[in-house]
Design a protein around this ligand. Sequence first.
Ligand SMILES: Cc1cc2nc3c(=O)[nH]c(=O)nc-3n(C[C@H](O)[C@H](O)[C@H](O)COP(=O)(O)OP(=O)(O)OC[C@H]3O[C@@H](n4cnc5c(N)ncnc54)[C@H](O)[C@@H]3O)c2cc1C
Length: 722
Amino acid sequence: MNQYYDAVIIGAGLSGLAAAWELAGMKIAVLEKEAAAGGRVKTGAFGSFHYDLGAIFRLESTLLPFALGQHEIMDESEKVGLLYNGQLFFGTGVMSCIGSVGGRLREEARSAFYKFHEDQTPDYNTMSQDCQEVLSAFFQVIHPGELSSYIPTRQRDACVKHSCSHLVSGNAAIIDSFLSSLGSKCELWLNTEVEAVIQETGIVRIICNKAGERQELLARTVLVTVPAPLARTMITQIDSPSQAFLKSLAYGAGVVVAVGIKGASIPDFAYLVTPQLSTSTIIQHHTLDKQVRVLLVYYAGAKAAALKTMTDDVVVEGTIQELINLEFCQRQQIIFTDIQRWDYLGPIINTQSYGQWDKQAVKPSAQVFLAGEYVAVADGRDIMPYGMAAALQAGAEQGRAARALLEAAEDFVRYQDTFLVDVYTYRLDGSRPVFIKHSEEGNIAFYGLILQATGDIRLQQYLISASLNGLWEYQTGFGVTAEDSALVLEGLWETGTDRQFLLRSLEKLVEQFYDQDAGAFCTIRKGRAKYWQGASADATGMIGYLLACLAPTEYQSQIAACVEHVRRTQNEQGFWRGKWFPSYLITTWYSLRLLSAVDTENHMAAMAKAVSYVLKKQQDNGSWNLSVIDTAAALLTLRQAKSANNKSLPALHQAMLAAKHWLIHSSGKRPCGEPVLYYLFEEENWLQERLNHTLFFHCQDKGQIAAAWRQLALRGGNEHEK
Ligand SMILES: Cc1cc2nc3c(=O)[nH]c(=O)nc-3n(C[C@H](O)[C@H](O)[C@H](O)COP(=O)(O)OP(=O)(O)OC[C@H]3O[C@@H](n4cnc5c(N)ncnc54)[C@H](O)[C@@H]3O)c2cc1C
């Protein structure tokens, strides 16, 4: 399977789904560690009762990129409460609630609120501990950390009263709608934990564990939506603004206990803060059954940390006990409980993280984007965001940025749709070839040659994308072969592709195409094309050379065997002939190149024999067979031999000069029609039965292949008139 994607999104929370929405239509996968999408949006159920264990307040549905549809909404009380010195105080806002407490607390809180609003520099430390605790309790209704550690603009959240209206079916309805609206436009991989995101040259490699199995994916872009501390360990290479930002982001933990209660008379409030209890906030939700309420009991900041070593049962029991002590219910009225622990409830927005919060920080490397809630930049408001709306905004923004990056490289489609070869198919019926049809082929491997010649970085990306598990085909759907893979690998190597990537491909090549008995590489190992069975001089020369250059110690024995095979198969006259390339000069070039790369001294005689043959075949006009490809291959061969020999040979020099001259002066015409591949197949009918005919495919270059050979041969070399 080709595990290559335009975009891979890590995390199926709101940010990840919003990013997927923006990228829909491209080849995308969303990888999610858990068994369900949603992340910090998580709804539990007890029979027909739903309760939110994660994000709870209602998200403005107009923020969603699709219509949410009809969902029943439950409105809650207007009142908020404060438990202070064992007494409950209520009000319609935070200030009126504190006001009902009276005394010094009200005065202090009023002046603190005033400062939050007006000068934004409240001196929190001069307040009494009681006042600090109460303000922090109201602050922690939505934030995981202590108020004192936040930036002043965010501290103002302590004064905000939140509406507790909610979807009866819980916020998971938003996730379900997202998934059904996305439909098959993206792949969702659940139970898939990403371990590493590695930026390589032109591509990102993602290592993950899918239900216990290690998987690797390649992507043109990656969007990381997991909480910042996880992103920091997952992304292996992070450029500096991002590094500093991610480092500065600390997260607070939290615990939510849901308690379903039937038949109790609980006071009228939407939520209640409890600074002096072990709990932080108690949120009250009505249900469609008038008798049943769900109390969502929150623990944040230091209170959540205090529960770390307790078992779930102990935490739930402690919560029940607090509710009974408050006389909100009796034990027998409890119909269900549930608990959820969050290691990463949300980011703590302190001066350090706020200082690093920067538009540039969203890009850890060339093709990796940070897209979690913490990177949203609210228009016109200088305040670092948090929450569902921020998650949606961040995911959508970074999704659009990734799409723009992908669209800028849309030449991919061009490569895929542009075939390099004209194919003339003949039926060989014994007496004479009968022409059957003309078609076009070759949209992958020969691009490796063009990449080698041009160094076009988008072509490099395209070829990486066309990889089938590290190997390549001649054309989509034709199946991988050793020569096709070697052609592409040469191009990738030439353009500085990550060495690990190349080594993995070489490993695959050896695994699949090296024939131990023959001591050589084969074009294919099995299949119906008899013509290509057995050792291949082309594959052996090409791959032997790649191994010798890229992994000489790892593949010592295979390299030695390839060299031996090349020595053995040299024709008496000095050249080599392969089956894959029609031009014997190409096979000669690849063979001689391998000999000159390994133990040159020992192969001088073989190389001299080859050179002498090549020189003999040069025409008076400087070309070989009036062919650009043959002339380029011959020139490369002579140049290689010359540099291995290190002697000044006048005949060689003259021949190279003439070849170069011919290549330069033939460049005015577009060289097309040169044969680049032949192959034979037994003809089959639609029942896949063999007929008694052989089909012969004659593949001719449309022009780009010969041009690449010419470019390669003219590049480098210091032949000039003396
Ligand atoms: C208890 C609680 C109450 C909240 N209340 C509100 C509220 O009322 N209003 C509000 O606006 N916001 C609230 N929030 C915050 C809100 O839930 C988040 O801001 C928002 O959901 C974040 O979405 P996200 O996609 O950025 O991150 P997440 O939802 O955290 O998504 C990240 C995803 O990445 C996955 N993941 C992590 N590591 C890996 C890995 N290695 N490989 C693959 N996947 C991985 C996670 O499983 C998760 O699904 C609350 C949060 C909590 C916890």
